[in-house]
Design a binder for this molecule. Structure first.
Ligand SMILES: [Cu+2]
Length: 241
């Protein structure tokens, strides 16, 4: 076989492999993420924004009794607030549902992430990465109050059938361990990243009240108008405690 032809063949095979890998990767991503919106979602819009803290905050303190772990109740990075749950109040009937598991891990005697939000249709995947005794005590007031022990690394999927405002999750073995979770009947919620940003996708057009919940600060509400196929910006600013 002449050398140029051989190189061409190899290049063609490489391209075919790359195309196959890309297709497989897309398929896997689609399987593991939120179900595709249906119904009138083609005309839906989105809400994007950032949550900030005015006035600055003191540096996080070491949690008493912990192995030098920082208090995560007010996580500020360059004025941006992490771990704020932003959601639609009085949401319309759901046009789609989320089904991907939401993971709450236990790593080095800390819940990771510190704040989670899920829809009633999503499994809550309790996990421990620690080779020690923990328990995950969900201090629910709407769903049943429940407690799951872990003596070694592992996972356990549970469901929370009823929507519930943010509630605390604690470990009775390690008193400094805490997390918060909220459960929604609808898919229009998000938790802010470390840069304070959030995105709520596939929202039916309409006028809404948007709520921002933070662990130690009073909640805030603002009005938003969502337009078909448009991204609406909604920013929140909390006052420093
Ligand atoms: Cu623990």
């Amino acid at each position: 076989m002449p050398r140029p032809f051989k190189i061409q063949c190899l290049a063609t095979i490489a391209l075919l492999c790359a195309a196959c890998l890309t297709a497989c990767s897309r398929s896997s991503t689609a399987d593991s993420t939120t179900a595709a919106p249906t119904g009138n979602s083609a005309a839906a819009g989105s809400i994007v924004g950032r949550v900030t803290l005015a006035g600055g905050a003191s540096l996080p303190q070491i949690l008493p009794g912990s192995p030098n772990l920082f208090d995560e109740s007010l996580m500020v990075h360059s004025g941006n607030l992490k771990n704020v749950i932003v959601y639609l109040k009085d949401a319309p009937p759901s046009t789609f549902s989320k089904h991907d598991p939401v993971v709450l891990d236990q790593i080095h005697t800390q819940y990771v992430p510190h704040v989670i939000a899920l829809q009633t249709t999503q499994p809550l995947r309790l996990k421990s990465s620690d080779n020690m005794l923990h328990n995950v005590h969900l201090q629910c007031s709407v769903n049943p109050d429940q407690n799951y022990g872990f003596s070694k690394p592992g996972t356990r999927d549970i469901t929370l059938d009823k929507p519930e405002p943010p509630f605390a999750i604690k470990c009775d073995v390690h008193p400094w361990m805490s997390a918060y979770a909220a459960v929604f009947s609808h898919p229009w919620f998000a938790v802010t990243d470390s840069d304070g940003t959030f995105t709520i996708a596939a929202v039916p057009p309409g006028h809404y009240t948007l709520v921002a919940w933070q662990e130690v600060l009073p909640p805030q509400e603002i009005s938003v108008d969502v337009t078909a196929d448009q991204s609406t910006t909604a920013n929140f600013t909390f006052a420093a405690p």
